[in-house]
Design a protein. Sequence first.
Length: 270
Amino acid sequence: MTQPAPVEALTAWNGPTLDESDWLLPLPPGRSPALADLAARVTHRLRYGLGFTVIRGWPVDGRTDQECAAMCRRLAASLGTPRPADAGGFVTVADNAGLGRTNLALPPHTDRTPAPHPPRLMGLLCVRQAAQGGDTLLVSGHTVHNRLLTDHPWALPRLYQDFHFGRGNGFDRLRPVFRRHGADLRVHYNRRGIELAQREAGAPLTPGERAVLDAVDRMLSDRRTVLRIPLRPGDLLWLDNTVVLHGRTAFTDPPAPHGRRCLARVWVDD
């Protein structure tokens, strides 16, 4: 295996060092954005900037959830090829659903999705906020890699080797956490998904492998690393799903008849 080298790019950021102006892309009030121009600006920020951006001022007031999602998907089509919409296209609390469809905290991760591969981009449009909590957590996978290289270099060789990911038909089965793709470093991490899949494959994590993933998790929860953003209605987050990990804090929905916290999600291949 090639000796791991640090990532020296704008994508290797620490949350507390960023200003809002570094990642915010505000829309002019009262004007419908030109999708081609907006898509070009988003693409530039994802490829040559921090690996994420937040468009603020997306017109959601007075529109149904489905109309908001359709607007999000129109922009997605200008960024690449959107994955087909599914029942998970709205991130809300649902009964008998996985962790992502609860109001519990969600550790930073990259989205897996069914085969042939994880999506390159992910968009999250805030349609409604929670009454309390529900802040979005972002972490640079490149910063995690660089800090491991400095603080825990013993962990990296295993992270460049395959783990089992995901469950069910169509999910990628074998994938490293870190993988070089030309000059780029791509990141793929979901601790819960790894543990479940390794057990189902008859290869539960060894104590040494748990120590490796524990080192990653410590970086993902370190306040010196994490950027916390309280997305507000009309905020549309775009991120490179192979660079930036996302999670959320626990939240409380408003009482009836007010609508539950709702985010419209879209995955895009480029």
